[in-house]
Design a protein around this ligand. Structure first.
Ligand SMILES: Cc1cc2nc3c(=O)[nH]c(=O)nc-3n(C[C@H](O)[C@H](O)[C@H](O)COP(=O)(O)OP(=O)(O)OC[C@H]3O[C@@H](n4cnc5c(N)ncnc54)[C@H](O)[C@@H]3O)c2cc1C
Length: 430
């Protein structure tokens, strides 16, 4: 008997339950679906292609990579190899769920077998005792920890006898020449081991410091499933890092219950808030030319590397929503285009958290001051000088207030725009 193992957000062979459910002989398949590739910019695509090359190597050069519509391709390929079943990790996103339902239907007599998901606890499974979803993070995270998760599954590439593709496989060339983290499962396992052994202990103190290598950089690996969070959780005790992984699970759960929150305010009261739609200020934000050093550093880091530190993501997002009064989804779309770790659930809800429009919202009236945030989290100015080279001659904290040292003032005045944001919020509060 032959199976198809259809890889999607699980580009690994260890701790992969689909390999346990598949037949001993299987075809490994990945479909480059334009619904997946079109919203992604060059960094995420380059990282994906590199991960696929690594996976192909682990599968003895037998991974079939094809381009097209999975609803047409997966049943055709399964029939061509005489497969009796197609095995996947369940997709929890709105598009993935409807695509999988369509593929399952199109497969007819061929079984579609879902085993596991990209999360420690599958989205939708943690509920309040009355069966309704949690809307606030802290009680969710407690219930999530109480629910618990399985031990990592004992699998590797040799669990399955991979059959040779019967048609031409094609992984496109990298569209991005810049440095990205090393791709693939081995790199993910190494990165995790290095972080766990060398930096996990200082994570609670350094995680908010963009000027230090304090965080794990595991997000691109988690995005593509080069490592499963279960493998990481097996090494973790309760603490700050585990809580961050719980945020990832929470946002996937929120999206599961509210698929429209990928595009719309979760709190529909905010549909009425007055917004601006100025393309020129948006372009300045995208280019990192607002005049606020920490905002500009973050946006330029994103442009150059496809990544941005979490604290800085919050600061630049707050600036777009509360200082420029632009729609959060403009910023979210820009992030999704450029981030190497762009993930619909974490990104859209990270934006809604900052905008104050989401579940468990930070109150709208809490407005980040980009100057004091910069001074607090980049106290010596090293981060802003690294990404905004025109500030290189302003030593220490001075780099956070260039307008006091002969530079042009920022594009807007934070104190004024804060008042505007609060007035607009008060107008819809009742
Ligand atoms: C506006 C905004 C947009 C974001 N967009 C994304 C996105 O597209 N993809 C993405 O993976 N994360 C996103 N995040 C969350 C967070 O910024 C990144 O996960 C983190 O910066 C990745 O770096 P790291 O792996 O070094 O994080 P670490 O601090 O080492 O955290 C470890 C892991 O925990 C998870 N995590 C940490 N913080 C969060 C969080 N706030 N929400 C959800 N998961 C979290 C991630 O999987 C991360 O890899 C966003 C946050 C904001 C405020």
């Amino acid at each position: 008997m032959v199976s198809v193992v259809w890889f999607r957000r699980d580009l690994r062979t260890r701790d992969l339950p689909t390999l346990l459910s598949a037949d001993p002989q299987a075809l490994g398949l990945f479909v480059l679906d334009k619904r997946l590739t079109e919203p992604a910019g060059a960094p995420r695509l380059a990282f994906l292609y590199r991960c696929l090359r690594e996976l192909n190597e682990q599968l003895d050069d037998r991974l079939l990579v094809v381009q097209g519509d999975p609803v047409a391709l997966v049943p055709r390929i399964a029939a061509q190899v005489g497969a009796s079943s197609v095995h996947v990790s369940a997709d929890a996103g709105p598009y993935g769920r409807s695509r999988d339902a369509d593929v399952e239907k199109a497969l007819g007599d061929i079984d579609f077998v879902r085993s596991g998901s990209p999360y420690a606890v599958a989205p939708g499974r943690v509920t309040k005792p009355d069966g309704t979803p949690y809307k606030v993070f802290t009680p969710f995270s407690r219930a999530w920890a109480d629910h618990g998760w399985r031990k990592p599954a004992d699998t590797n590439a040799s669990t399955v006898d991979w059959i040779a593709p019967h048609r031409k496989s094609h992984i496109p060339a990298d569209p991005f020449s810049c440095d990205l983290p090393a791709a693939g499962e081995q790199a993910a396992l190494h990165a995790w081991a290095a972080f766990r052994d060398e930096r996990l202990a200082t994570y609670p103190d350094l995680r908010d410091r963009p000027d230090k290598p304090g965080t794990s950089w595991m997000s691109p690996y988690l995005r593509w499933g080069c490592i499963h969070p279960r493998t990481m959780l097996a090494d973790l005790k309760p603490g700050a890092y585990r809580t961050e992984l719980a945020w990832r699970e929470f946002y996937a759960d929120v999206l599961w219950h509210n698929p429209s929150s990928a595009r719309e305010n979760l709190d529909r009261k905010f549909d009425k808030i007055e917004l601006d739609h100025d393309q020129d200020t948006f372009d300045l934000w995208c280019q990192g030319k607002t005049g606020y050093p920490i905002v500009d550093a973050g946006m330029r880091q994103l442009q150059a590397t496809g990544w941005m530190h979490n604290r800085v993501r919050m600061i630049v997002a707050s600036f777009l929503v509360k200082d420029l009064h632009l729609p959060w989804w403009w910023g979210a779309r820009h992030f999704m285009k450029h981030l190497v770790d762009g993930d619909l659930a974490s990104n859209q809800h990270g934006w809604q958290w900052v905008a104050g429009t989401g579940t468990d919202a930070a109150p709208y009236f809490r407005v980040f001051n980009p100057t004091t945030q910069g001074e607090k989290f980049d106290p010596d100015g090293d981060y802003v000088r690294r990404w905004v080279p025109e500030l290189r001659d302003l030593p220490g904290k001075k780099a956070h207030r260039p307008w006091d040292h002969g530079f042009a003032p920022p594009i807007v005045d934070h104190a004024d725009e804060r008042e505007v944001a609060l007035a607009r919020y008060n107008a819809i509060k009742a």
